[in-house]
Design a protein around this ligand. Structure first.
Ligand SMILES: NC(=O)c1ccc[n+]([C@@H]2O[C@H](COP(=O)([O-])OP(=O)(O)OC[C@H]3O[C@@H](n4cnc5c(N)ncnc54)[C@H](OP(=O)(O)O)[C@@H]3O)[C@@H](O)[C@H]2O)c1
Length: 306
């Protein structure tokens, strides 16, 4: 077997070492233009030239959960695109989102400012029943996040394309369920994949349906959010704030108003990082399963877009 590695902005050596240890019988190399045809590729943001040259690939393993950028490229015919299926990301996402929700709900930013000013002050406890959290996308990451939020007794709503049942979570689905889902939520967490159906889905109209004092946590993709609409809703007071981990352009350009906005907390696309060892173990298991003709999880449906 010939395994090729083509990952932009990723240190190749540790990945190659892990893959070679898992497949001592295989050739595992970093792709170079003109390289021999490989059977399987491990990729992140590969150039179009890589895909044009590697026409014999049977499977492309993306070292992230989101495949929106990969699906914009021209892929070899019949290739299976496989995304990371958790691989240590869902627990990171759950801790990031719970942290953001609790920080907002418990007004920790306000306490921090008071303490810095030398003020010993109390705020009136808020009722968590007034802070229903809506999780958009109930896949591998969204479901874990919804369950984690329930541990803190927040009312939790979830929205997905097809109907889902998750204990303790009010679930909604499809276009018809969107309005009820939004109006039931005060804090909105986005964990949708970026597809033609979900691009720009966080806009003036949808965010405007959240309960007054709404709060946005976007941890999926920057192109889900219409930036100007978020700013307008913060200015109008309808939204109380936002925590953003992903942006239309990354790194976020220095002149972007999000940097300095007092109601926006931002992090540099770090809510759920790819963990190398877990990812290699998962990819190796799936390559072995494919070799044995067994089904694997995480195969992307290119028509659906995720
Ligand atoms: N910021 C970060 O560090 C980071 C890290 C990892 C991933 N991500 C982002 O998180 C996203 C989600 O990852 P995942 O592994 O949870 O994905 P996933 O398992 O594919 O789940 C996607 C969920 O979204 C729902 N969905 C898709 N299209 C929809 C639509 N048009 N309307 C309503 N619901 C829709 C799906 O509904 P069904 O269940 O009905 O199919 C599913 O519940 C990734 O695509 C990626 O963009 C971000």
């Amino acid at each position: 077997m010939n395994i090729t590695f083509c990952c932009t902005d990723t240190k190749a050596e540790p990945w190659l070492a892990g893959l070679r240890a898992a497949f001592p019988e295989a050739t595992v190399d970093v792709w170079q233009p003109g390289a021999a045809q490989a059977d399987v590729a491990v990729v992140w943001a590969p150039p179009q030239r890589f895909l044009d040259e590697q026409q014999a690939l049977k499977a492309l393993f993306n070292i992230g959960a989101g495949v929106d950028a990969l699906l914009k490229l021209r892929l070899p015919p019949g290739v299976r695109v496989v995304r990371l299926d958790d691989a240590g990301m869902s627990v990171q996402m759950a801790e990031y989102v719970c942290h953001a929700v609790i920080r907002h709900f418990r007004e920790f930013d306000g306490y921090e400012a008071d303490v810095k000013a030398g003020k010993w002050s109390y705020r009136k406890p808020r009722d968590r029943k007034d802070f229903a959290v809506g999780v958009m996308g109930l896949g591998v990451l969204g479901e874990r996040v919804a369950r984690a939020l329930r541990v803190f007794d927040f009312p939790v709503h979830g929205w997905s394309r097809t109907p889902k049942a998750i204990e303790g979570v009010f679930t909604h689905s499809g276009e018809v369920g969107l309005e009820t889902f939004l109006s039931a939520s005060r804090v909105l967490v986005n964990l949708l994949p970026l597809t033609p159906d979900t691009q720009d889905i966080l806009n003036r109209q949808t965010l405007g349906r959240l309960q007054p004092g709404g709060y946005l946590i976007n941890v999926a993709r920057g192109a889900h959010l219409v930036d100007a609409d978020l700013l307008a809703l913060l200015d109008s007071g309808h939204l109380a704030g936002a925590t953003l981990d992903v942006f239309r352009t990354e790194p976020l350009p220095p002149e972007h108003p999000f940097w300095q906005h007092p109601q926006i907390t931002l992090t540099p696309h770090t809510s759920a990082r790819t963990l190398r060892d877990e990812s290699i173990a998962q990819i190796a298991g799936k390559i072995r399963a494919l070799e044995a003709g067994q089904p694997i999880a995480g195969v992307v449906d290119a028509i659906r877009g995720y």
